[in-house]
Design a protein around this ligand. Structure first.
Ligand SMILES: Nc1nc2c(ncn2[C@@H]2O[C@H](COP(=O)(O)OP(=O)(O)O)[C@@H](O)[C@H]2O)c(=O)[nH]1
Ligand SMILES: [Mg+2]
Length: 452
């Protein structure tokens, strides 16, 4: 698959590769690569090509067989061979099998990639060898996921959890990378690092991990504080598997389609934005990192802690891709993880997205199964408007509708009230401003006190 758009100019270019071993279906391999592709894009790289090798097993030293390794290197300008590396005789000859099995049409190789990304976990040895063969930085699935968690980590706890996972991942690979030094944070383990400093760094990492774990214990009560803040927050949080359409919905709901690009380098948090057009109350929408199918076990804790920002929301929007045959089990996993991190009491709504991909019959059937679900397509403005109404409706259901006359000598209250209520009707007579409005009980109490 080759593609290049204007948006991608100046981005690092990546080639993805996978090994499809026996027992892994074409569909599994493709959906895994598709997910990796999205993760890599989320990381800010442009994906220029994808290649898959079918073999009975992953090659011990180089993941790919010799032929496929050359093909990979043809994208990066590398030699495609690992000098001084001899393959085990038992591995020989295997890669002739379906050597050119592509996922999508193969590129014509006039693209120069800066990074190769393996859809799996790479050992230190494999990393070194593939770097030698391709001459570029080599990443694996775990690293990409860690990078994304890193960006999504917001609470102190999640930042620490992600750092622990990152250190644990990097420690054994310290000496391995000779090219991608910058990804190891502050140049740790970069080019030409010696044995002594390697040992030093290893100890350094161990100490740092212990320190971080201690800090984790100290900040658990932060969660409680966050939950108490929730009542003042008109915030909804989109959660669900990656690819469900959370970010699309977020963009459509908040009109941040254009803004996202503009603010890429701003320090502003791009994952929390206000619902547009603004209504009352002013609702914030937040996106979450999203569940990942092949989440490596070591990353579970850091994943869950990036989710705890969702716990600050007053309403959760469980989002599923209704056209994915696995959506029911994905929903169950999402709900049970949320329960584990203490979010089961937060009110929620189920959004069944991508109905445009269903037949009328399928849609009818699923509607019967989830009578309370919100069925929409993020690609359909009507659907998005419907969801917005549902969100505002949730907050409105806690509001009271009332009428009141604000005397002209209390006119200063009017301005304040406008920010705290949804005004339905407004008229004037000799007694003052006659208002019909909807607001929260607390605001009504506040107003009654001010009126004396
Ligand atoms: N057909 C269709 N595709 C959608 C819909 N919503 C999102 N998508 C596509 O699904 C893919 C994943 O969307 P994204 O918002 O990034 O999902 P996220 O991982 O949950 O944030 C993108 O290619 C979207 O264009 C929808 O309602 N219908
Ligand atoms: Mg997303």
């Amino acid at each position: 698959m080759t593609e290049q758009s204007n948006d991608d100019k100046g981005k690092k270019r990546a080639v993805l590769f996978s090994v499809q071993t026996h027992g892994v279906s074409d569909q599994e391999n493709e959906s895994s690569l598709l997910e990796l592709r999205r993760l890599v894009k989320t990381m800010g790289l442009e994906v220029v090509a994808t290649l898959t090798q079918r073999r009975s097993k992953v090659e011990t030293g180089t993941i790919l067989g010799a032929g496929k390794l050359k093909e990979l290197a043809s994208y990066t300008g590398g030699k495609g061979i690992v000098e001084g590396f001899s393959r085990k005789s038992s591995d020989k000859g295997r890669d002739n099998m379906a050597e050119n099995y592509p996922v999508g049409p193969l590129a014509n190789n006039n693209v120069e990639a800066d990074v190769v990304v393996y859809d799996g976990e790479i050992s230190t040895k494999q990393l070194q060898n593939i770097e030698r063969a391709t001459g570029v930085e080599v990443l694996d699935r775990t690293y990409v996921i860690l990078e994304i968690f890193n960006r999504h980590a917001k609470s102190r706890e999640s930042i620490i959890q992600v750092e622990i996972a990152k250190l644990a991942y990097l420690a054994p690979r310290l000496r391995a990378s000779r090219i991608g030094g910058d990804r190891q944070g502050g140049g740790v383990g970069s080019k030409g690092i010696g044995e002594t400093s390697y040992e030093l760094n290893k100890r350094h990492i161990r100490d740092r991990i212990s320190e971080l774990k201690l800090r984790l214990v100290g900040i658990r009560d932060e969660q409680n504080r966050r939950r108490s803040r929730r009542s003042e927050n008109f915030q909804v949080s989109l959660i669900g598997y990656t690819n469900a359409g959370k970010s699309s919905l977020m963009r459509k709901l908040t009109g941040s389609d254009v803004l996202v690009e503009d603010k890429l380098f701003a320090t502003l948090d791009t994952r929390v934005k206000s619902l547009q057009p603004e209504g009352f109350p002013p609702v914030l929408v937040s996106d979450t990192v999203g569940f990942i199918k092949k989440l490596p076990h070591d990353l579970v804790a850091s994943f869950q802690s990036t989710l705890d920002e969702a716990l600050a929301a007053s309403l959760l929007l469980f989002t599923v891709d209704v056209s994915d045959p696995a959506f029911r089990s994905q929903l169950a996993v999402t709900q049970s993880v949320l329960k584990e991190i203490g979010g089961e009491k937060i009110p929620s709504r189920l959004i069944l997205n991508k109905i445009d991909k269903l037949t009328t019959g399928e849609l009818e059937e699923i509607t019967r199964e989830f009578p309370d679900g919100i069925f929409i397509s993020a690609h359909n403005p009507k659907g998005v408007a419907f969801l917005r109404k549902k969100i505002l409706g949730y907050f409105e259901s806690n509001m009271i509708e009332t009428t009141m006359v604000i005397p002209y000598d209390k006119g200063h209250l009017l301005g304040q009230l406008r920010t705290k209520a949804s005004i339905i009707n407004e008229s004037y007579d000799e007694t003052g401003t006659n208002l019909r409005f909807k607001t929260f009980p607390e605001t009504l109490t506040w107003l009654q006190q001010k009126m004396g």
